[in-house]
Design a protein. Structure first.
Length: 189
């Protein structure tokens, strides 16, 4: 019989109280989504380190979590986002582009034709480049929504802005991506 709490806030409280399995359960729930978010923001080279830094910060600051202020997911993505921003400040460089192999994994191969495969890979690379060309705040909102599945309220909490601001950032990101791919659609119609 599983008597461990299933709620994220309860798991974090159990971790603070010394339950060795509670943190592992939280990590298992959100590891993939948080890693994907960090990787989409910084590229492959530094993603693992920043992802681990975020989880270490969560473990060290677990007593500071207040479920009345935000959900655990929003708190997690706030910490991950802050680690990304700190990284950019330390590096003073533009975000890294994703590798070609990473871009190819984002889009399924639509058919067996080598030409179809090449076109698909090129489209994926353009999509990754278009997302990476977004302003950092818009990119963060888009990645949190599209890849991590966060709601507008969670994005707002994670980024420390009003829901309307998060909504605007997501809307502007989508508009820029639509504009970047307007020629693609007309070419395939």
């Amino acid at each position: 019989m599983d008597s461990e709490p299933a709620d994220d806030a309860d798991l974090l409280r159990a971790h603070v109280a010394g339950d060795p399995n509670a943190f592992a359960r939280l990590y298992d729930r959100y590891d993939r989504a948080s890693f994907q978010f960090v990787r989409r923001m910084v590229g492959d080279a530094d993603a693992e380190d920043l992802h681990q830094e975020a989880w270490l910060a969560i473990a060290r600051n677990a007593t500071g979590f207040d479920p009345r202020k935000a959900s655990f997911r929003a708190w997690l993505f706030t910490i991950a986002r802050n680690k990304v921003l700190d990284h950019f400040r330390r590096q003073r460089v533009a975000p890294l582009a994703a590798s070609a192999d990473d871009a190819a994994m984002m889009v399924a191969d639509p058919g067996p034709s080598p030409l179809d495969h090449v076109e698909s890979r090129q489209l994926a690379e353009r999509l990754v480049a278009a997302v990476e060309a977004l302003p950092l705040e818009q990119r963060g909102a888009f990645v949190m929504f599209a890849h991590a599945g966060l709601s507008l309220e969670e994005i707002a909490a994670a980024t420390g802005v009003a829901v309307e601001t998060a909504k605007s950032r997501l809307r502007y990101a989508r508009a820029r991506l639509r504009q970047a791919f307007a020629a693609e659609r007309s070419a395939h119609v």
